[in-house]
Design a protein around this ligand. Structure first.
Ligand code: AP5
Length: 250
């Protein structure tokens, strides 16, 4: 989906105005990609596209893609690029992506990043893909993963240690009993981290080398992280001014 460069700009307050365009949220398991993507997508009125959520929906519906992905996901490994790229291509055809979208957890390999560049036309006079990575330390990630609970109905994300629901194990919004993801065990988390370190690090370098990348400190409270992500997006969509070396560091 091509979006004109003139459609995005930054106002004097540093907030993003105009079309957000394609935004990638990168980060390790539990960094807060889904939490941030949901809030910012709602604010900017663009869809959050989580490849993890799409794969889990396929798995739960027993589709051929879901059957192939199930064991791979349970082991904390990556679903093959061609399957994920095809799934993303289908999703990006939907008209709700016209003003932009937040890709949450994609791309995760250099192959996916290169495919995306070609698919959306990274430098051909359209709003380029930009990437923001949420950085959180290992022990905090482990706590977030083992404490995470999700509402299976509305998708709201909780954490029994850090962001508990008002009533134990029930969704604040609809009262549905919360569920725990099958890959949110300590053992699978360790494998997901190994996969992240070995396969997703080159993705960060890919975008950083092109000046389309910023890192933010994800260890702060949710609202503070959201403000940092928004400011990073605004800078990347503007002239790139006021970007410090720290913000560009992984
Ligand atoms: P996916 O679902 O994408 O999992 P992930 O990348 O491991 O990330 P998570 O969803 O675990 O974490 P998150 O960063 O979204 O954190 P969240 O906001 O929930 O992928 C699952 C699997 O699918 C992969 O392992 C792979 O097999 C497959 N897959 C997916 N995409 C793929 C691709 N592109 N290619 C190949 N395979 C793919 O937050 C975590 C917890 O922390 C929550 O409890 C939350 O309440 C809490 N929290 C969040 N922010 C804060 C904060 N600031 N302060 C305190 N608590 C916080």
């Amino acid at each position: 989906m091509a979006l004109a460069v003139a459609d995005a700009h930054v106002d004097v307050s540093g907030s993003l105005k105009g079309k957000p365009g394609p935004i990638l949220l990168l980060g390790a398991p539990g960094a807060g990609k889904g939490t941030q993507a949901k809030d910012l997508a709602a604010k900017w009125e663009i869809p959050q596209i989580s490849t993890g959520d799409l794969l889990r929906t396929n798995r739960d519906h027993g589709t051929p893609l879901g059957m192939k992905a199930k064991q791979i996901m349970d082991e904390g490994k990556l679903v093959p690029d061609d399957l994920v790229n095809e799934m993303v291509a289908e999703r990006l055809k939907q008209p709700d992506t016209a003003n932009g979208y937040i890709l949450d957890g994609y791309p995760r390999t250099l192959g996916q990043a290169k495919w995306l560049d070609e698919h959306v036309g990274a430098d051909a006079g359209v709003l380029p893909v930009i990437a923001v990575s949420i950085q959180v330390g290992y022990n905090e990630l482990l706590r977030r993963i083992t404490g995470r609970r999700n509402c299976p109905v509305c998708g709201t994300i909780y954490n029994i240690y850090l962001q508990p629901p008002k009533v134990d194990e029930k969704c604040d919004l609809d009262g549905t009993p919360l569920v725990r993801r099958s890959d949110d065990t300590e053992e699978v988390f360790r494998e997901r981290m190994r996969t992240y370190d070995s396969q997703t690090a080159p993705v960060v370098e890919h975008y950083r080398a092109q000046g389309r990348f910023e890192a933010v400190d994800g260890s702060k409270p949710v609202n503070a992280v959201a403000a940092e992500v928004e400011a990073a997006v605004a800078r990347l969509r503007g002239s790139g001014t006021e970007k410090t070396e720290k913000q560009n560091r992984v």
